[in-house]
Ligand binder design. Sequence first.
Ligand code: CTP
Ligand code: MG
Length: 247
Amino acid sequence: MSTCVIVPAAGSGTRLGSAEPKAFVRLRGRSLLGRSLNTIISSGVATTVVVAAPEEHLSAAEREIAEIASGASGMSITAVAGGRDRVESVRLALRHSQASDLVLVHDAARCLTPPEVFRRVVAALDAGAEAVVPVLPMTDTVRRVSADGTLRGDLDRKSLRRIQTPQGFTSAILERAHASHRDELDRLGARAREATDDAGLVERLGVDVVAVDGHEEALKITYPLDLVVGEHIARLRDDADASEARP
Ligand code: CTP
Ligand code: MG
């Protein structure tokens, strides 16, 4: 089965506060985008990869791709201009997914996701799921807060999960989910339901989304503190890779 991996990388990284878009921020000398692409290649699941890059940084994304493409024998990796929000970036990239059977969507910001998580998601799709997300349990206690800032009521932590990427889908389902969201935006404008991830859009179609184990190290680089933790994880990974490469 052919699998396209879409990499949303078109965000600016406002919360990180760096001068350049987040995908080009470096962790131990390698950009978040470069690290994400390397992991995707080494997971062995991708037939094609489409990066949604900031429009004005398309050539920087193409340079990142060229740098690592030598290790991606025969795999097509392209960059396209992303959109105003993540959902739009995925929708634009989806047009270039070349009629793949499966589509995985993986945030460049989760560049430390281990390759085994990609393989778990694809294994669940191969076993017949139409939509798959990697998840982790909640560690904090969570509460609902009302508009005046007071806490109202418990949520059962045991029934809640933190959602990660890569999220995997049959391409037919993902395309239907994005088309349906687009329709809703056209009809309702600002009153359309907010969409933060692809699995959420698929769920609205009434399709079951299957959960597989995520990974604690697959954190989303969002705030400066995440870069500190990310540097540490990246050092352990880079050291392990270097000792593997040594004869
Ligand atoms: N993303 C995208 N297109 C956008 C916005 C976000 O492709 N218009 C991507 C980001 O590049 C990132 C992923 O979606 O890989 C998750 O988004 P987030 O972590 O929120 O990144 P940013 O939007 O860049 O960060 P911030 O919200 O702090 O500005
Ligand atoms: Mg964002």
